[in-house]
Ligand binder design. Sequence first.
Ligand code: THU
Length: 133
Amino acid sequence: MNPDHQSLIDLANEARKRAYVPYSNYRVGAALRTKSGRLFTGVNVENAAYPTTMCAERVAVFKAVSEGEKDFEVIAVVTDNGGSPCGGCRQVLAEFGLDTIVLIANGEGKLVTQTTVSGLLPEAFTPKHLENR
Ligand code: THU
């Protein structure tokens, strides 16, 4: 196990404690490392108007982008049961790079799956498809 990857999983698992999940009680934590070495965490933030809930992965990505970072190396996602990122989060990750490594881990901090954005979202629609128009 790559020690850098394990520490990113541990960071996501620690962030997970701060998930705001009064409705699902399903805590998700994410930790994103940029190519420049910066770290951004995210948690899911639910809402009484359910569809306005935001996933942990997107919180981490949006925090990074809003701080000027768009080149991602790796994102760790931790849930109790090693759940996989939702379709919306896959699409948002694809916007910023298909080669970003995705680490999916369980509540014990154990890696369940290591893949990439392109592994999670084959044949993704990306900014390339909108070039030159
Ligand atoms: N959730 C995430 O945070 N990330 C995902 O990729 C899947 C789902 C959250 C949304 C909601 O707060 C809870 O998990 C149950 O769907």
